[in-house]
Design a protein around this ligand. Structure first.
Ligand code: C2E
Ligand code: CA
Length: 618
């Protein structure tokens, strides 16, 4: 081995070792240049990369003036583009021995000559596929071309550069894949986590995290197959990403997308930001031949003073999303302090009710509905109770559980069975019975199974459906934008099942709604009754309501009547029926049976709907 071969081998080993140990591309090329320049005094070395668009970018040139390197950045390759640009373009060595006079440097010589760069010999770095990925060049401070030894050095260096660039591109591609979701092309969960690490936690309010969950992916997968599901994800991904621009959207799970909101205008009104994303999504799309409207729920949380760490904000956004989904709220929910404990309480209530259902500890209590004038019992409301040892807890303490669709429908089914059995017993005892109100929840109505469950429970006991009134709270009655609840109410009434509008006055139902979705009974909420004084606004509203309801053939029940004064005022306003502690709280079966035997009213003209039935029973 002669001396020059051993020098070249040493150089090669140094650079290959750097590549093998994962040193980045730029320092590797820099070191190569330095080693070559030490080997060949008088030579100035340069390595450029060529991007896919055919533009040059400096990788290394430790002895080149910085202004010169910077001037090269972004220049295009071409047939007359200096030594490097031309070599890259043609894919062959270009040796310019006099920059000043060579046509290929005509447009660039003003960049080189002032720095004493008089000649330049450039070699293309061509990969296995034949594409030029870079150039390796020698600048001379005299007008000359390469020597034989320099040719050896360059041949070697070009090979080393190619290995380094190849490896770099593979690393970049690997990273791109590791941070990209293959289906949507969006950055993935790992990219999201990396982006979160870069967030500044020192400025509360300066950013927020959104977590978005596609509501209908599972349905689309189950109904139309996975191809349609994939298509839904792609379309949704595109739409969310477009709505979020210039911010980034990440696909962070099967049907979950994540976003960081840091633009002041987007942060200022988070509800509107979320709404614009949901609006952009909710346009019908063609998913593999099926028309689907992508729907989503978003949970959001802002960096706050309380606990300014990324993980907490992320968790809070998840809490908000979970809350929005579980309570069937949909749309956007923004985290608020206390949401965590609300959720814990709710989950506890769900667990308790499930256990009580399994262990047959759910009982039906009944609160009488009475005539304010005669104090006769005209009907009952069934209220569920949970037995815990010797104690009995009221529905108010676990009502949050009924926001879970599964618990709500199971509870309703149990209550219907208990009420039907009790009704059978009372009818058998000859108690002149009118009706029992049963509270139903949103899930009962939108699920569509209520009629079947009700009918089968009552048929099993041989009790007519005329004895039941389904109580629907005003919030449920108003629904959450879809028509499912209202359609269900109409269908039930068409089948002759009566419906009461519960807690009237607490939500947004107005008399106008009653024209489109009529009900049989309105129960005025206790808060109105609490505020009754002779000249009060409540009084005026109650009076007006009673008069209109009369004309619409709707019966009115005042809820939560606690005092004689209230009863008297209600009577004066024309209200016939009441319910409340003044008369009786909810009572267990034994006590209510005794009360019914004593006080049950035979139907009178005041409740005409029951007259015929009551007459038959008599
Ligand atoms: P609601 O339908 O408005 O029922 C009336 C609630 O007010 C009952 O509480 C009742 O005990 C209470 N109450 C009645 N009169 C008075 C009074 O004069 N003063 C006061 N302070 N309270 C009075 P409860 O039984 O704890 O029920 C709470 C809520 O839970 C009910 O409100 C109802 O929405 C729901 N609920 C009760 N039972 C069921 C059920 O079986 N299924 C479903 N889905 N919900 C139920
Ligand atoms: Ca009720």
């Amino acid at each position: 081995m002669n001396a020059s071969t051993s020098v070249l081998l040493k150089l090669q080993n140094t650079i290959l070792e750097m590549i093998a140990t994962g040193v980045a591309l730029i320092p590797t090329c820099g070191r190569l240049c330095e080693e070559v320049e030490t080997l060949l005094p008088g030579v100035t070395c340069s390595v450029l990369s060529v991007d896919a668009a055919g533009l040059l970018h400096p990788l290394a040139g430790p002895s080149l003036p910085e202004v010169y390197s910077n001037a090269l950045d972004g220049l295009g390759i071409g047939p007359v583009a200096g030594s490097c640009g031309t070599a890259a373009f043609l894919g062959v060595d270009v040796a310019v021995t006099d920059i000043e006079t060579d046509d290929r440097w005509a447009e660039f010589k003003h960049l080189a000559l002032p720095h004493g760069l008089l000649a330049c010999w450039s070699s293309p770095i061509v990969n296995a596929q034949g594409a030029t990925v870079g150039t390796f060049a020698f600048y001379y401070r005299e007008r000359r071309g390469p020597t034989a030894f320099e040719r050896d050095v360059v041949r070697n260096s070009v090979r080393l550069c190619l290995i380094a660039i190849d490896r770099h591109q593979r690393v970049v591609e690997h990273e791109r894949r590791a941070f990209t979701d293959a289906l949507t092309g969006l950055p993935n969960r790992a990219a999201f986590n990396a982006a979160l690490l870069d967030l500044d936690c020192n400025a509360p309010g300066s950013w927020a995290i959104f977590v978005l969950d596609l509501d209908n992916l599972k349905t689309v997968n189950d109904t139309f197959g996975h191809h349609a599901g994939d298509c839904l994800l792609q379309i949704a991904g595109d739409r969310i990403a477009a709505a979020m621009l210039p911010g980034r959207t990440y696909r962070i799970g099967g049907d979950e997308f994540g976003m960081v909101i840091d633009r002041p205008d987007a942060l200022r009104n988070l509800d509107r930001t979320a709404e614009s994303i949901l609006d952009a999504l909710a346009v019908s799309a063609n998913c593999g031949g099926h028309v689907v409207v992508p729907r989503a729920t978003i949970g959001g949380a802002v960096l706050s003073n309380d606990d300014p760490v990324v993980d907490r904000v992320r968790q809070n956004a998840d809490f908000a999303l979970y809350h929005a989904k579980e309570t069937g709220r949909g749309g956007f929910v923004r985290y608020w302090p206390g949401l965590g404990s609300t959720m814990t309480r709710r989950l506890g209530a769900i667990r308790d009710v499930n256990a009580a259902l399994r262990e047959h500890r759910i009982e039906a209590y009944y609160q009488p509905i009475f005539r304010l004038d005669t104090r006769e019992v005209v009907g009952l409301e069934a209220l569920c109770r949970m037995r815990i040892g010797n104690a009995v807890v009221s529905a108010a303490s676990f009502h949050e559980a009924t926001t879970d669709a599964h618990v709500a429908t199971a509870l309703t089914a149990r209550m219907l069975a208990l009420v039907a059995a009790d009704l059978r017993a009372w009818l058998d005892m000859g108690i002149p019975f009118q009706h029992v109100g049963i509270n139903v929840s949103s899930a009962d109505l939108s699920g569509g199974a209520i009629e079947r469950v009700l009918t089968s429970a009552f048929e099993r006991e041989g009790v007519s459906l005329e004895h039941v009134i389904l109580e629907v709270t005003e919030t449920v009655y108003m629904g959450d934008g879809d028509q499912a609840v209202q359609t269900a109410i109409r269908a039930l009434r068409d089948r002759g099942i009566r419906v009461a509008l519960d807690d009237f006055g607490t939500g947004f139902a107005s008399l106008t709604h009653l024209l489109t979705v009529p009900v049989d009974v309105i129960k005025i909420d206790k808060t109105f009754i609490d505020h009754l004084t002779p000249e009060s606004v409540s009084m005026t509203i109650v009076e007006g309501l009673i008069r209109i309801a009369e004309r619409m053939n709707i019966r009115i029940v005042a809820e939560g009547v606690e005092s004689e004064e209230q009863a008297a005022m209600l009577q004066a306003a024309g209200c016939v029926l009441g319910q409340g502690f003044l008369y009786a709280p909810a009572l267990d079966r034994r006590k209510i049976t005794a009360l019914l035997l004593d006080r049950a009213q035979y139907a009178t003209a005041s409740n005409a709907t029951n007259t015929a039935a009551a007459a038959r029973r008599r």
